[in-house]
Design a protein around this ligand. Structure first.
Ligand code: CO
Length: 639
């Protein structure tokens, strides 16, 4: 079989045909056994210079990368291949001890369920808790982390906590079977260790937020809100390239990172001015703070271990998104290496965002108001109990934001009276304290590939001859010259921000054009610096990292995260302390929230928000929204 290269742009998303073609190519090269599972199959993006040098019609080498797992032997390999050249470019065996394991497969939920339920000791542990109907026990495949346990070394391990249902449609999370955990080898298909620490009562109260018998009748007081755009939306979509107002970018979708924004640029007159070459949610970790012997290991790396893109939801208009929506479908590979289409995976729409600017002049009598608008490009994933929405916002004034929405169900435990490490969210039901820490990878390109990063802080000025009245304050600007200098922590009390500027481009005032990263500055990783979590989630110990662009440095916690021993990703990337001055740089930003669950978070959690802002600072010569017209249709009519 031959492949017809129908795709043109080098960043074009992988098609279903290309996924089929990749599978055939692997098969012909003897890489597939009947027991081979595709833990990952995605586009291998070309290097940046190839993309930037591309012109319409140029030949494109379409490549894929894959991680293959033999479910019979546990052997794993990383493969890069060219569909265009029909060649395997590299095929490397993975050492699970030093490099970690392929990501967790969806089908391993079923695998661990079968394994624990066939294990006499686990069944005995359930019986000790009075649980005999095992059909109503739900076993969860949870990432094991890496604690250097001999019993786990070199094995593909999942940790299994279990939950009980009262009947099939009863949400199990309300009934954690606490005090017992099974460590499971999914290749050998056995329980390799069962920790039956203590028998705790299984919380009884149900939490069925989808059952009117539990929630009560719906309120009848809310009148409809309809979002209508009678003339249609203001954006246009050409394949995956979006133009909205002065913005232009390309939509990508990666099985691991989910939505990727490529070549985010601003059309300034006839000039296309790049801002970000590539923006993605590159990693996240949810470390739990409960030291219990059955749950000290809980730290979920939802991108590297569970693959955010693979867990993407299919969205529903009117529920998930409101208004004039444009959907992009996602095409992913399943564990057989066959294409799996997820309709409505990415949602894009415009939102009114209140006042953009406004002034009532006391001398001239002028009264002017303009309304702000943003373009929203988002996707939602479900990873276990949690649901995460990742929302990119592009504003009329050049501002870019990423907002993460965490919702779903909190991870539960049996509540121990007086616990320092969990909240009681329902009678006898605990929710261990935890963090949600995200790392965005921002391959910056502010008006060109060569950028610098400065740290900006407020600076007090002591009273003295130049400041006799003590009112003075100024700003401290510190150039971050190397990777070690650029590993920084946010400090809201210092108003600390990071400015990414272009040394070769100035505005009409002679200032270097720039964008500023404004962090929220909430706590970073709280686990002890000597802990396994800190070793494996090094990226989460700093708010800011800056690295020189390197095509192979894509993942904050390393290439393979599942069971990785640690120091992968950013700590390793930055170990050489390279220069990041006057270079092609990548900015990595860790942000997130500490979650002390509230009773109001049960049985389903109202969205908790966090994120960051990128704001133009001297990128434009003046307010770039002076040409935004007064809102029409009588909504904002002046007398
Ligand atoms: Co939470």
């Amino acid at each position: 079989m031959t492949v017809t290269p129908v795709r043109t742009h080098p960043l074009q998303r992988l098609s279903a045909d290309e996924i089929d073609a990749a599978r055939s190519l692997f098969d012909r090269h003897g890489l597939l056994a009947p027991t081979t599972r595709f833990a990952l199959l995605g586009l291998e993006e070309p290097e940046k210079h190839v993309v930037l040098g591309y012109s319409d019609g140029d030949p494109v080498d379409r490549r894929v990368r894959a991680v293959l797992l033999d479910a019979a032997t546990g052997a794993a390999r990383a493969v890069v291949a060219s569909l265009t050249r029909q060649a395997i470019d590299s095929d490397v065996e993975i050492d699970p001890v030093t490099e970690g394991q392929p990501a967790i497969l969806d089908e391993e939920m079923e695998t661990v369920d079968q394994i624990v339920k066939a294990d006499p000791a686990w069944r005995e542990a359930m019986a000790r808790r009075g649980i005999t109907d095992l059909d109503l026990v739900r076993a969860c495949p949870l990432s094991a982390g890496n604690f250097g346990l001999d019993v786990e070394k070199g094995r593909r391990v999942l940790h299994v906590l279990s939950f009980q249902q009262h009947r099939e449609e009863d949400h199990p999370w309300a009934h954690p079977i606490d005090g017992v955990v099974a460590y499971v080898d999914v290749i050998e298909r056995s329980v390799i260790e069962l920790i039956d620490h203590e028998v705790m009562p299984v919380p009884e109260e149900e939490g069925n937020f989808d059952d009117p018998a539990y929630t009560g009748p719906p309120r009848t007081t809310l009148k409809p809100i309809e979002i209508t755009q009678p003339e249609g939306p203001s954006f246009s979509v050409d394949d995956d390239v979006v133009t909205w107002e002065n913005w232009r970018f390309r939509v990508g979708f990666d099985p691991r990172e989910g939505l990727v924004l490529h070549q985010v640029s601003i059309l300034d007159g006839d000039t296309v001015r790049p801002v970000i070459y590539r923006a993605s949610m590159a990693e996240m970790v949810v470390p739990y703070g409960d030291p219990s012997p059955v749950r000290f290991w809980q730290s979920y790396f939802d991108a590297g271990e569970y693959l955010l893109g693979q867990q993407v939801n299919s969205l529903v208009n009117g529920c998930d998104c409101l208004g004039e929506i444009h959907y992009f479908d996602a095409v992913l590979a399943d564990a057989d290496g066959r294409p799996r289409e997820v309709p409505n995976a990415i949602c894009m729409h415009e939102e009114d965002f209140g006042v953009l600017w406004k002034h009532t002049d006391i001398f001239t009598g002028s009264k002017e108001t303009r309304r702000q608008r943003r373009l929203v490009i988002s996707f939602f994933v479900t990873v276990g109990v949690y649901d995460y929405g990742f929302y990119w916002y592009l504003y009329l004034d050049g501002t870019i934001e990423l907002e993460v929405k965490a919702t779903g169900v909190v991870f539960t435990s049996a509540y121990r009276e007086g616990s320092q490490y969990a909240s009681e969210v329902a009678p006898g039901l605990g929710a261990p304290y935890h963090q949600h820490l995200y790392c965005a990878r921002l391959d910056m390109m502010v008006d060109g590939p060569i950028n610098n990063v400065d740290e900006l802080e407020v600076q007090r000025v002591p009273v003295g001859p130049d400041n006799p009245h003590g009112n003075a304050f100024t700003r401290r600007v510190t150039r971050l010259r190397t990777e070690s200098e650029a590993a920084r922590t946010a400090d809201p009390t210092a108003g600390r921000t990071w400015r990414i500027s272009n040394p070769d481009r100035t505005n009409r005032l002679g200032q270097q054009v720039a964008y500023e990263l404004r962090p929220e500055g909430r706590p970073l990783l709280l686990a002890d610096p000597t802990s396994a979590t800190a070793r494996r989630a090094g990226f989460a110990t700093k708010s800011l990292w800056v690295t020189p662009y390197d095509h192979d440095q894509r993942h904050p916690a390393g290439d393979l995260v599942n069971q990785h021993p640690g120091n992968g990703g950013l700590p390793t990337y930055t170990a050489g302390d390279r220069s990041v001055e006057n270079g092609d740089i990548v900015v990595w930003h860790t942000f997130g929230a500490v979650h002390y669950p509230r009773p109001e978070d049960w049985p389903v959690m109202p969205v908790e928000y966090c994120g960051f802002t990128l704001r133009p600072v001297g990128f434009f010569d003046r307010n770039p929204t002076l040409d935004v017209p007064v809102s029409s249709r009588g909504h904002c009519a002046h007398e």
